[in-house]
Design a protein around this ligand. Structure first.
Ligand SMILES: [Fe+2]
Length: 162
């Protein structure tokens, strides 16, 4: 695969799947008050450092070029953008909440568990849809020049996030 952006995004999904699976137990522990705190905080850092950029690359580099072919008002890109809009505030809330989260703060712990479980389920399903529908389509439909356009936009975003 020479389409770097889709290649990278798809590899990042594999990391996401593993991390989400590994978060099921810490979420249970956080609920019971028996642990999970450090794992949830670590995951929040991952969201902040990696996933916000991953979404940005999809939204600002890949989707606009694909959108010129299949539109963004309905269909797969519309669905992906809607899911990003739903997930991003949940990421932000968990990132903020995790900063001062302690095991003795019951309300924050409950909310963090709820957000974590929501993200486990919905980010998993979202990334799977991209892998199964959008990325194969992008690989087939985009001409080399369009792939290069996506790649160069993605590179710029990576630099601006540093
Ligand atoms: Fe993605």
């Amino acid at each position: 695969m020479s389409f770097n952006t889709v290649n990278d995004l798809s590899n990042e999904h594999q990391v996401v799947f593993k991390r989400l699976q590994a978060l099921i137990k810490p979420a249970d522990e956080l609920e019971k008050g028996t642990g999970g705190l450090s794992e949830i905080k670590e995951f929040s850092c991952f969201l902040e450092k990696e996933i916000i950029l991953h979404f940005d690359i999809e939204e600002k580099a890949l989707f606009p070029v694909l959108g010129r072919m299949i539109g963004t008002d309905n269909g797969p890109i519309f669905v992906m953008l809607t899911e990003h809009e739903d997930l991003t505030p949940k990421f932000r809330e968990l990132i903020e909440l995790s900063k001062n989260l302690t095991s003795s703060d019951l309300d924050s712990r409950k909310r963090a568990v709820k957000l974590t479980r929501y993200i486990i389920t919905n980010l998993y399903n979202h990334a799977q849809k991209e892998d199964q529908i959008l990325f194969p389509f992008a690989l087939n439909a985009l001409e080399p020049e369009q792939q290069a356009e996506v790649d160069s936009a993605a590179e710029k975003l990576k630099i601006s996030h540093q």
